[in-house]
Design a protein around this ligand. Structure first.
Ligand code: NAD
Length: 432
């Protein structure tokens, strides 16, 4: 299997076949609806102009306008955009949002840009995509190495181009620029609720559960914080530079503060690393590979795709794996974990908190009526609990079905119904 998109389609087809989804529907979902490619000219601080390749993928708009984050990363490519767009399509259907799936990205190492260069790049992205996004067409949000400040610049650029106020064109904005309360931590909070639901089903108490988290960014940090507050033992976390371990449980806030405190050279991104906390008493530096192989109850890959593949899956010893990153387990490694009896909460459920609160933000923007933080949190919990319970029941009623299969079955059956209603002639020519 070559690209990450090939793997994503292989997973879609195999999950779809188990759920009895028609081939025509699977064929329709095996390719994006539309792709936009652009080259972004950006004036650098030294007066030169650099060009950055940019993408936006409308994967599906079957259920509504497409929704998906924008990633600034050197590894962004066409296949990654398509895979992430497909997973967003499934995710929105799993949690019953009136959205299709999308994704966007720029091939760039944003840590090498100054703040002004980053702003010019963000605005250039929106200029290139202004006719390809919109509150009723396609709504971007933050993803890896983009943040609320970037969303604010992009909203502003869109409004300069279109002439007017369009807060619902993008989500994950700062609260004072039309963002939602609670969006900043929504992905981590959603994953936290999923872990809590699973823990309750398994009859365990937080104090007895050890956790290792790969990736200490927006999603990983807030999840670590909420778990530690609830009494779980977060024994290891890592970022792109390495990890840190403490058998008694890390002081998550201290680790975070240390990471932020070394943010001297590049004010846009925390250049510090969690691995710099090694001098704390009884804290030990570990590699990312060591973290993935730790004997913990819960392993949380919260960084990038393909953290666990057939090359390292045999080393994974955790009993539960909670996919906070998108696509962190390859299709073949997933099968190995399933056969071994490892419980995997799939990305399309575990990290859905981000898009759910993005949806709330869009609803608030359109209504012109902001909600309280408590409102956001309780509605998020309610939505995730309903989806989790449905998947749990499905999985327990059918022998040999994984959580992921239950999630895909739910999403694909929903999408199939809409395919039937919208495109009978195109998709169901044989009358099935
Ligand atoms: P982020 O940019 O805030 O953080 C990314 C983190 O991953 C950083 O700590 C970085 O150092 C670490 N990292 C990068 N490469 C790594 C590597 N090779 N090994 C270990 N750590 C590495 O990004 P984020 O928003 O937290 O996103 C993380 C994952 O969660 C992504 O897969 C993203 O698609 C997914 N996700 C994010 C959201 C959201 O709302 N932010 C929503 C759903 C899913």
């Amino acid at each position: 299997m070559h690209t990450i998109f090939d793997q994503a389609v292989a997973r879609l087809v195999s999950m779809g076949q188990v759920a009895g989804i028609a081939d025509t529907v699977l064929a329709g979902l095996s390719r994006p609806k539309a792709m936009m490619y652009a080259s972004l000219p950006v004036r650098m601080d030294d007066g030169s102009t650099q060009y950055f390749d940019a993408y936006r993928c409308h994967y599906s708009q079957m259920l509504g306008p497409s929704k998906g984050g924008i990633r600034f990363h050197p590894g962004v490519d066409d296949g990654e955009m398509r895979a992430l767009g497909l997973w967003m399509t499934i995710k929105c259907a799993v949690v019953n949002l009136p959205y299709g799936g999308a994704k966007g990205g720029v091939v760039v190492d944003p840590k090498l840009l100054s703040r002004m260069e980053l702003e010019r790049l963000s605005r250039a992205y929106m200029r290139a995509m202004a006719d390809f996004v919109g509150p009723d067409l396609d709504i971007p949000a933050p993803d890896v190495y983009t943040n609320e400040r970037i969303m604010g610049w992009m909203r502003d650029e869109y409004e300069v181009i279109k002439g007017g106020k369009f807060p619902a064109v993008i989500t994950g904005k700062p609260v004072n620029l039309g963002g939602s309360e609670g969006r900043f931590e929504a992905t981590g909070r959603g994953a936290f609720y999923c872990i809590e639901f699973l823990r309750a089903k398994k009859g365990r108490v937080p104090e007895d559960l050890t956790i290792a988290i790969q990736g200490f960014g927006n999603a990983g940090y807030h999840l670590a914080r909420l778990l530690a507050e609830a009494g779980y033992k977060v024994v290891a976390v890592s970022d792109s530079q390495g990890g840190i371990y403490c058998a008694q449980g890390l002081d998550v806030e201290l680790v975070h503060e240390r990471k932020i405190a070394t943010n001297q050279l590049h004010p846009n991104y925390p250049e510090g690393s969690v691995s710099r906390c090694e001098n704390c008493d009884s804290y030990k530096s570990i590699s990312n590979e060591e973290l993935l192989a730790m004997e913990v109850d819960i392993l949380v890959p919260a960084a990038l795709e393909n953290a666990i593949t057939k090359n390292n899956v045999d080393a994974v010893r955790a009993k539960w794996v909670v996919e906070v990153a998108n696509g962190p387990i390859s299709h073949d490694a997933d099968q190995v974990l399933f056969e071994r009896g490892t419980v995997v909460i799939p990305d399309v459920l575990a990290n859905a908190g981000g898009v759910i609160v993005s949806y709330f933000e869009w609803v608030q923007n359109r209504a012109g009526y902001p909600w309280s933080l408590l409102d956001v949190q309780s509605r998020l919990k309610e939505k995730l609990e309903a989806a989790f319970e449905e998947m749990w029941q499905f999985q327990h009623q059918k022998e040999g079905v994984s959580f992921r299969q239950a999630a895909y079955a739910k999403a694909l059956l929903h999408l199939q119904e809409v395919f039937k209603m919208k495109g009978t002639k195109e998709y169901f020519a044989n009358g099935d």
